[in-house]
Write a protein that binds this ligand. Sequence first.
Ligand code: GLU
Length: 460
Amino acid sequence: MKALDGKQETKSNRATEYAEQVFETVKARNPHEPEFLQAVKEIIDSLIPVFEKNPKYMDYSILDRMVEPDRIISFRVPWVDDLGNVQVNRGFRVQFNNAIGPYKGGLRFHPSVNNSIIKFLGFEQIFKNSLTGQPIGGAKGGSDFDPKGKSELEIMRFTQSFMTELSKHIGPDTDVPAGDIGVGAREIGFMFGQFKKMRSRFEPGVLTGKGIDFGGSLARTEATGYGVVYFIQEMLQHNDLDLKDKTVVISGSGNVSIYAIEKAQQLGANVIACSDSDGFIVDTDGICLETVKRLKETGDERICEYVKEHSNAHYSDNCTDIWDIPCDIALPCATQNELDEDAARKLIANNVKAIGEGANMPCTHAAVDLFLEEGVLFAPGKAANAGGVAVSALEMAQNSSKISWTFEEVDFKLQEIMKDIYQKSMGSAEEYGTSGNLVAGANIAGFLKVADAMIAQGVV
Ligand code: GLU
């Protein structure tokens, strides 16, 4: 027995040492990339039990290989503004891992975009895409271009210039970009037009999130937000709870938030708040989605305009204070690190029951730890917001087989995928000794499929 204990301890020491050593190398190689380090740290911490149980992943240096992208493409994006001035932005594409399928991941246009942001997003995308069960690798891209306040023609000239360079690196079986913050159907349309013009070929599978008339999938627009709510509903039901009549706070008012609000309302929840980067609105009668859609989806307005039409609602101009509002369920759907330890404490003090990450890494490490410690049901972004990219993969499948499914067909497949991700993540958590911890479970389940594919394909 003693000898066995000793063996156990040695195995565990080796796994912990391996994890620490990989993280030290990542830190030394990427010293000024806090978001990337944050995303890597979370994964590495979850994987220690996997290395203990299956030392082969250490023997094949799988983690050392996974934390280093296959390639990073960085390029100049020159364009001409409406006043005739030449502007220059930076463009990026990180192709992280294609062990289980072509690189796949969105493009983000936001002034905060830099190497660290794109790499954290690309790294997370490897695990998220693996969890969907679809054949897609991990990538991300974007630019520090700020679409806010730009005219439609400026956006078109910028996206065309961006695609002129990006087109050299993408293709239906190579790398398939889509949208993310600042990139919606309009931008994808402009990029698709430019790609088509450059190749003289109609290749719909090169981008997802396209308009329905030229190869887009029904339900892709709704997929991320609906998927978050399907996942939350699954998690609640497994804990003898239900969304019906629950009070819900959802940050953001972009594509993810809008469709999370829509689905949560359809399932009987009372969504009382949402936000933008300036502030948040509270409407205890329930958010009027029609108004939010008009302001944010069709118009380019600020969320504060909402209160002009709804006299019971009120507006506050500090968007992070949205987490002070008492609620049963909180869905951070805006951006990374928007919910910190203080906010987590307030939510817990107000008896929050469940958190679902609609955005990528919206909760800080300390906030996540606190939720887990306090037994708050916690759905991590890699699992909960995977519905968008999952339906992107369904869009690729429709494009390559030249057929299109109905809204109901895609929505049904999405529901099945979200349930499957929940079950897989719970199963892995259980198997690796962290029962009920969906953060660890999602990371482990996402990792195993990619790691096994990498081993099978040799050292490449
Ligand atoms: N940007 C989305 C995400 O974070 C969707 C990516 C895609 O559809 O490729 O998963």
